[in-house]
Design a protein around this ligand. Structure first.
Ligand SMILES: [Zn+2]
Length: 755
């Protein structure tokens, strides 16, 4: 249990120690000689409210830091609200600060505990007095009115507020307290939803492009697209400017880290180019605090893998994890002072850890009447500490890559990215999860970086692809890699202009329909089906009455399990499209017919030659192109037929050699396999709970036994399987390049180290 210490005793001690005047290395830093951003992996944050200076029990929190085994703290310093006596009079002091240096005292306490310190800023708004003193530093509407959020004024990223004032605040904080680094919550400024027409923006845009700012949002207008790119570039300039400032004043390890989302759509909406940020940073801080209803806990491991594939698997990517009741749907209420049901918080953490994320607990406020939240983090953080060496510095073992790009989110997704881009992505990745097939997200510009790494690349409705990106994908196929693409993939260029045909039509063996070129929004479900091609359906049984000829030949592997049906539900629209010779079409489109009343619910046109799926062999590679966007449909309707069809197609495309893992037994399980030095590491998250698709979870339902087979790699013999969670003894048997063992039961998660 935590002990309470006198608030007075500690504040007196801090005062006696004086202002923190030297950078104190953390214990782990001293031991290893490596910088803090490689050694501090578990983090904690008490996000201070303006009321807290009167009631921040530093002694109690120090005990809490210890009990949760954190190695670093994020402490509110300045920005919207300052928690120290700044020399800048307009930096708004916390209402109850009363001249105190609460931030400095907390830094001092953290240093005494050997913790790394990140000073937290939130820089994008100010109070009215600031606005009145520097009216030219603020974002303006076309009318000249300033942009406001409640009673605060939004600063402009192109003004001297960002260029000069903030760097001077960062320098002041470094000189006062020498934090290891900085975080900034809303560093990216005004979101894409609004155009700033202030004098700074107008002049800078005019100077660069010799034309005025776009008058309104219009994705077909090249000026608006340039404005979008110009905004992305400015955020990177700010990232670099702030890092030059903090490294200049605080030394080469004093990183400035803007917060980032694990959602690419959220990143795009605030001009944060996640890939280019990963390229320029030694660490990434994720602000991706809880699951949304549209996906499940698995969203967190996906985000972890996505970021690590870019920034590197040797780097630390902590993620702020809410211990309060964060909304499960964007825009819903956040109960800042209520405890999140502990299993909901912990399952999110375990999924993040399975994807390579480091845990970071986050409380809003330093005093809580709902004290249950103080019990949530400890078991996860202690477990993390004990098993840390297996949770860092490892690389995923997966033969399936799911391709994404932020440019596709921008110029194909436009204002409907959640349905056009996220829905197919999550539909496909959840079909992989359900089939227990490990995958990693791959940025399209990274395709081919390690030739032969992926047996199959999946392109879930990646409408926007540049010619250069198409060339990378072609090279992957030429090297024998398989490809699965859906929907409008490659039909648009890098600006979102519609091409005459798919840029990858030669690979697909199929050409774009006129319907697709109309830039279809993801349609609501319509009453359509897909027909299984009789020649490929194998044996059938049941009543006579159809018009189909007797089946012949073998069932095609992508149709595995559909032995007792000639049709599959679809739900989308398809137009006629031209095919090249030499392709196989296992599914054709059945157009919509009435569903109500039942008397009229019969197919008016039972058969068309419009393909729903086109298969092709190209050398060693197999290509599957789905005109029928089964991934989006699965994301929307969750029909098992759709998930099974996608999984069958992956297995067909990957061939025999692409399997790395087989897990048999009941339950919805998210499986991740890694390789590290002399071992393989398998994470299994048990998602089979009563709230798999709707937060929050209250009760876990154990599953097991599970029969596991893992393909051996990296010289691992496979004779030992050691559990890091249940600590169950498992005997592993290695033969034919695989090791096999049985996991008796999994409650929340399990991690197995295989040697
Ligand atoms: Zn502006």
């Amino acid at each position: 249990m935590l002990t309470r210490r006198s608030f007075l005793e500690l504040t007196t001690a801090a005062a006696a120690a004086g202002a923190v005047n030297a950078q104190t290395a953390t214990k782990s830093q001293v031991a290893s000689g490596t910088p803090w951003y490689r050694t501090a992996v578990r983090w904690g944050q008490t996000n201070i409210t303006e009321r807290d200076p009167t009631r921040y029990d530093i002694g109690w929190w120090r005990e809490y830091w210890k009990s949760t085994a954190i190695q670093g703290v994020i402490i509110n310093a300045g920005g919207i609200v300052a928690y120290y006596p700044s020399k800048f009079p307009l930096q708004h002091r916390a209402e109850f600060l009363n001249g105190r240096d609460l931030y400095g005292e907390l830094v001092q306490a953290a240093r005494q505990e050997g913790l790394a310190v990140i000073a937290r800023m939130d820089s994008n708004r100010t109070a009215e007095d600031f606005f009145k003193a520097h009216p030219d530093w603020f974002a303006r509407k076309a009318s000249g009115e300033p942009y406001r959020v409640e009673d605060k004024y939004v600063t402009c990223v192109n003004s001297d507020y960002y260029q000069q004032y903030l760097p001077s605040v960062l320098t002041e904080i470094i000189e006062r307290s020498h934090p290891d680094g900085f975080a900034d919550n809303s560093w990216a400024g005004l979101s894409r939803a609004n155009i700033c027409y202030c004098e700074n923006c107008s002049k800078k845009f005019q100077d660069k492009y010799a034309k005025p700012l776009p008058r309104k949002k219009d994705w077909d207008d090249q000026t608006y697209r340039l404005w979008n790119e110009w905004n992305y570039d400015r955020r990177l300039e700010i990232w670099d400017l702030n890092n030059r400032t903090t490294k200049g004043a605080g030394g080469p390890n004093c990183l400035w880290l803007g917060m980032n989302s694990g959602s690419i759509t959220a990143e795009a909406n605030s001009f944060r180019d996640l890939r280019r940020i990963c390229e320029r940073s030694d660490m990434l801080l994720l602000d991706h605090q809880s699951r949304t209803e549209s996906t499940g806990f698995q969203q967190n491991s996906d985000a972890g893998k996505l970021v690590h594939e870019m920034i590197g698997w040797d780097k630390v990517v902590p993620e702020s994890m809410a211990l309060y009741q964060a909304p499960s749907f964007p825009g819903e209420v956040s109960f800042r002072l209520s405890s999140k049901p502990p299993l909901e918080a912990r399952m999110w953490m375990y999924e993040g850890i399975a994807g390579g994320i480091q845990p970071w607990w986050h409380h809003v406020g330093a005093y809580h009447e709902d004290r249950r939240m103080y019990n949530t983090a400890q078991p996860v953080f202690q477990w993390h500490k004990e098993n840390e060496k297996y949770l860092l510095n490892r690389t995923p073992v997966a033969k399936v890559g799911v391709v994404w790009s932020q440019r596709n989110t921008d110029y194909f997704g436009r204002d409907a990215a959640r349905t056009l881009v996220d829905l197919p992505y999550f539909g496909f990745t959840e079909a992989l999860l359900r089939a227990r097939i490990p995958y990693v997200p791959v940025h399209v510009d990274d395709v081919g970086k390690e030739p032969g790494k992926f047996a199959v690349l999946v392109l879930p409705n990646i409408g926007v692809l540049s010619d250069a990106q198409c060339a990378l994908l072609r090279k992957h196929v030429e090297g024998g890699g398989s490809l699965i693409a859906t929907g409008a993939t490659s039909l648009f260029d890098e600006w979102g202009n519609t091409r005459e045909d798919f840029a990858l039509a030669d690979l697909f063996g199929a050409h774009a329909s006129e319907l697709m070129k109309k830039r279809m929004p993801a349609a609501a479900s319509v009453h359509t089906y897909l027909r299984i091609t009789p020649e490929l359906r194998g044996k059938v049984w049941g009543p006579k009455g159809g018009d189909e000829p007797a089946p012949s030949g073998e069932r095609h592997p992508v149709l595995k399990g559909f032995d007792e049906t000639d049709i599959l539900p679809f739900g989308g629209e398809l137009g006629p499209l031209k095919l090249d010779s030499g392709v196989t079409v296992p599914l054709t489109f059945i157009p919509a017919f009435p569903g109500f009343p039942p008397e009229v619910s019969w197919m008016r046109q039972p058969k068309t030659d419009i393909p729903g799926l086109v298969l092709k062999d190209k050398g060693k590679a197999k290509i599957a192109y789905f005109p029928a966007e089964i991934d989006s449909r699965y994301g929307k309707d969750r029909l098992p037929d759709h998930a099974n069809l996608l999984a069958n197609t992956i297995r067909w495309a990957g061939g025999d050699g692409s399997s790395v893992l087989d897990v048999q037994g009941p339950g919805l399980l998210d499986c991740h396999l890694y390789s590290q030095r002399d071992c393989l590491i398998l994470h299994i998250i048990n998602l089979s709970n009563e709230a798999a698709w709707k937060a929050p979870v209250e009760e876990l339902i154990p599953v097991g036994p599970l029969r596991v087979s893992v393909k051996l790699a990296g010289g691992v013999a496979g004779h030992l399987a050691q559990s890091l969670v249940s600590n169950a003894q498992m005997s592993a048997t290695a033969s034919d390049g695989w090791t096999r063992f049985q996991i008796p039961s999994i409650r929340d998660h399990e991690v197995i180290v295989i040697r």
